[in-house]
Design a protein around this ligand. Sequence first.
Ligand code: ZN
Length: 268
Amino acid sequence: MVKKGKKVEYELNPNGIKSLTDNEIKTILRGADDLIMSGGRALLSKILGGSKDKKLIELELNYSPVYGAFKGVSQKEILSKIDWMILHDYLVIEYNGRLPLLCYTDKGWDIERETYADELFEKLIDAAENRTYEFVETLKDRNRGLIFLLLDKIADSGNKELITILNAWQMLEYKKVKVKIQEVIDRLEKVKERTEKIHNQDPISFSANKKWLSIPVEIRRKLEKNVWCSSCRDVVKIERYTVKECSTGIVLEGKCQKCGHDVARVID
Ligand SMILES: [Zn+2]
């Protein structure tokens, strides 16, 4: 990756910006998350501006939650805001070889970690409600500080309905995170019994999920893409599915990605 040659120079110019709102600061930091030590100021300004730049689309940066957050603002002005962030110690430029790349400062990361943990917390609640427990795979190998903050938020929520997904998550994790997840489960178990019903509603579904998750991920991805839709009369990809026990093994029940029709796939 490291290319030899003269370092690419850059010059920061906040163009007289005096301050940014908290929301702007959070937005810029969120956008930088996908670029840490891999992209620079110009690419970040394109994400925020919602650019259709080929490289940006190739890197799937248009999936950033803040893609286009500054739509309508000129690239020059967005760049000025980013430069203000660097000059005010939220972001820092570090070189990898000759390229100046974005990095968080401690101050910037403290804010971004909070934003990101909130986002993951919302996603985890969604996954628990829809029983798409395999969401937990996306939490593995994340920054430890971020994950611990997320776990604190889960514990503080007192939401017992999250225990099942925490169990699924715990199975995948390394020791330290495993121990921390158990602490959170223990804390939630002690929460008064008001939300007991969903937690105990379907214990079978948990063992079905366990079976599903024991299948190697590449094979699971293939199975998801190989589901018959009677409406499309074609092999399609299943989405928004739940995993259930059936007489011959497990069954995925969800929707056709193309037409939204109910589809199911038995796995034996
Ligand atoms: Zn279909």
